[in-house]
Design a protein around this ligand. Structure first.
Ligand SMILES: Nc1ncnc2c1ncn2[C@@H]1O[C@H](COP(=O)(O)OP(=O)(O)OP(=O)(O)O)[C@@H](O)[C@H]1O
Length: 657
């Protein structure tokens, strides 16, 4: 297939230079997507159906399943794409419901080399059901390098979400390590396969919490042959101004409150005035007059219609011109569309529009709201209390959009204002990961980017570590504008060993009492140790723990309160332990990462060494957020966790000993 693509001569089929360039780049992309990946075998499974199938032109009863479709020199399929309907029983068939499958074979690989296979005779009632050793091996394989795809081992409950139709939005609540991120990425790959044309036009986007997380997951979709999915953080989506400032927790929470949407809606329309003077338009030798009360009606009508501010501003001159036209017709003239356009462009009409429906610059408007106490008071009347207004007002009013010290929350307000003026374009599908951390205003910003498309929301209420983290998915979905989305729960944990998840789950009563502990599907119990040392010994003990972890196979993450990063970095350097920062790719030669707790979310390491839990908790503005941050840190481990502490452990962890 690669040779075919490479040997294609497009010289004959392209009429002009532009066509040739477009075709060439499409061909390049195809050649790229057909590249041989040494570690990625062409197939990982086989299905033998009991009867011959003719699904979508695939004749036969035996199908090899892989990451992509592969055909032979005659165009006959050799490997079927895992996303094709014929492949679905590979993930869904069970002994109870074999779906006409006689044999399911899973292939195991080491690097690119085929080393094992495992058969299940689904229609043979005498065969005993066993759990898959290959799945266990996959789950327990060391985690060096970027995140990998899970196509070979997607589980039935995950597959349901991956293959949910494009039209519906799905929200997934899942404990740490239940595969939410993996499911979201595979869902994008599936949707791009099943709805290729629609999504190619509308576009898809994956939203993650920060750049280092996005870097960690960025290779999953290309490995599945999907090279054109955009990835961004919420901050990047709303980067209309340069963000150089930060808000305190209270101000940030208020600015992220959904009530701000109404304040902004008022503010955008605050400049609208009813015309006081009649309009006089001169055309040739005649003058046409539209009285002020009639102009006011036109303005009022637009206000009542609740269309975008900018669209109304474009409609107003046409409406006014139409009134003039009606008068012309009444006087026996025969004006047409061109006359209406000409009237709409006269200085007199333009002057009315400027006066009654002034242009709004979103950033300037938000700047005024945050600088001008009287303006804010007027716009927030009955919405924000006086204290709340004081909280969000800048201490020093900004002079200009450029010089203002915008915070991330301010940028979201500007995004909202922009959308009030002009509709934000919608994508075909958006995957929102770590969704629990968004403020209502951020949900709205994401929601308008999929207003005519659908969204997959992934998150865990217990891992909400912003002061404005959502308390319920129903609330989040309402802000996103997708209240009808179904909420699914994933409960099987693929990352965290049983002993470690049960230790971390001691925090649940304080951080998310309604959630239950995740199960772990891992066979091996994992190693787990809590070591108390004196403050003077702490840094040395951490270095020792890292060294011990590095003696084993796989990646090591030393997670610490953000403030302690410089000290520990120095301690590691002094001990001759080279280390990376999150977002830098681990490899066999560089396996140790020093992770500030604030960036641990979504990441995983074979061995985690956790520095002083109390310091992680104290690093946050309130105790619940602190405990949630700690919960995130405790649930990054794949094979083992060592907690080293000098300060007393937080009560809930200490309690059960
Ligand atoms: N079906 C599966 N087969 C093999 N590995 C899996 C499967 N599902 C998930 N995993 C692995 O489990 C680990 C955790 O998955 P993932 O990061 O998607 O979980 P998460 O729910 O997003 O976790 P967190 O809440 O901590 O962000 C990953 O290494 C992933 O590859």
């Amino acid at each position: 297939m690669r040779a075919d693509a490479e040997s294609l001569d497009i010289g004959d089929v392209t009429a002009n230079w532009v066509n040739a360039e477009v075709l060439r780049s499409e061909l390049d992309l195809r050649i790229k997507s057909l590249a041989d990946l040494v570690d990625t075998p062409l197939f990982f499974g086989r299905l033998d159906y009991l009867h011959d199938l003719d699904a979508e032109g695939e004749h036969g009863h035996r199908f090899y399943i892989g990451r992509r479709h592969v055909h032979d020199a005659h165009g006959d399929p050799m490997v079927i794409d895992w996303r094709a309907p014929v492949s679905q029983p590979y993930y869904q068939a069970t002994k109870q419901n074999p779906r006409d499958v006689g044999l399911r074979r899973r292939f195991g690989y080491d690097g690119g080399e085929l080393t094992a296979y495992e058969d299940e005779h689904l229609s043979d009632p005498t065969e005993v059901e066993t759990s898959s050793r290959l799945l266990q091996r996959e789950i327990e394989r060391p985690r060096v390098g970027p995140m990998r795809d899970i196509v070979a081992t997607i589980q039935p409950e995950q597959d349901e979400i991956v293959r949910a139709p494009l039209t519906g939005s799905v929200c997934v609540q899942g404990a740490p390590g239940t595969g939410k991120t993996a499911v979201g990425l595979h869902r994008v790959a599936y949707l791009l396969y099943a709805y290729r044309e629609r999504l190619a036009r509308a576009g898809t986007l994956v939203i993650g919490p920060n750049r280092s997380f996005l870097r960690y997951i960025e290779q999953v979709l290309p490995a599945l042959g999907e090279l054109e999915v955009k990835q961004a953080t919420v901050d990047e989506l709303v980067a209309h101004v340069e963000v150089r400032g930060a808000d305190g927790a209270t101000a940030a929470r208020l600015k992220g409150d959904a009530r701000m949407a109404e304040v902004l809606r008022r503010a955008v329309r605050a400049g609208v005035r009813m015309p006081a003077e009649p309009l006089m338009v001169v055309r040739g030798s005649r003058r046409w007059r539209v009285p002020a009360h009639e102009l006011s009606e036109l303005v009022q009508e637009l206000l009542d219609r609740d269309i975008r501010y900018g669209a109304a501003r474009e409609a107003l001159p046409q409406r006014i011109a139409h009134s003039v036209l009606v008068r012309m017709e009444q006087a026996g003239e025969a004006p047409d569309d061109r006359t209406q356009n000409a009237v709409a462009r006269t200085p007199a009409v333009k002057a009315v529009v400027k006066e009654c429906w002034p242009a709004v610059e979103p950033a300037k408007l938000v700047l005024r709201l945050l600088s001008d106490a009287d303006f804010l008071a007027e716009m927030a009347e009955g919405i924000l209390s006086e204290e709340e207004r004081k909280e969000i007002l800048w201490d020093r009013p900004a002079r200009s959009v450029k010089s203002a010290r915008w915070s991330p929350a301010d940028a979201v307000l500007i995004d909202e204002a922009r959308d009030l003026v002009e509709r934000t374009g919608s994508l075909g599908h958006v995957v929102l990961d770590e969704a629990q951390d968004l403020s209502p205003m951020q949900y709205r910003a994401v929601g308008r980017r999929c207003s005519t498309g659908s969204v997959t929301i992934l998150g865990d209420i217990a891992q909400g570590t912003t002061p404005w983290a959502t308390e319920s998915w129903a609330a989040a979905l309402a802000h996103l504008g997708k209240p009808e989305a179904v909420v699914e729960e994933l409960t099987q944990g693929f990352r965290v060993p049983r002993t470690v998840i049960s230790y971390a789950s001691r925090l649940l009563p304080a951080i998310a009492p309604e959630l239950s502990e995740a199960t772990s599907v891992r066979d091996s119990p994992g190693s787990f140790e809590v070591r108390a040392v004196s403050p003077a010994e702490l840094d040395d003990a951490l270095v020792t723990a890292c060294r011990a972890a590095l003696a084993r196979e796989g990646s090591v993450g030393l997670i610490t309160a953000d403030a302690r990063v410089p000290v520990l970095s120095a301690a590691l350097v002094a001990a001759d332990l080279a280390h990376l920062a999150p977002g830098q790719e681990t490899s066999r030669g560089a396996r140790l990462t020093l992770v500030p707790a604030s960036l641990a979310k979504g990441l995983e390491y074979d061995y985690v060494v956790l520095d002083d839990p109390a310091a992680v908790v104290d690093g946050e503005p309130d105790e619940r957020t602190g405990l949630r941050r700690l919960y995130v840190a405790l649930t990054r481990a794949v094979s083992g966790l060592t907690v080293v502490h000098a300060a007393p452990l937080p009560g809930l962890l200490a309690a059960a000993g």
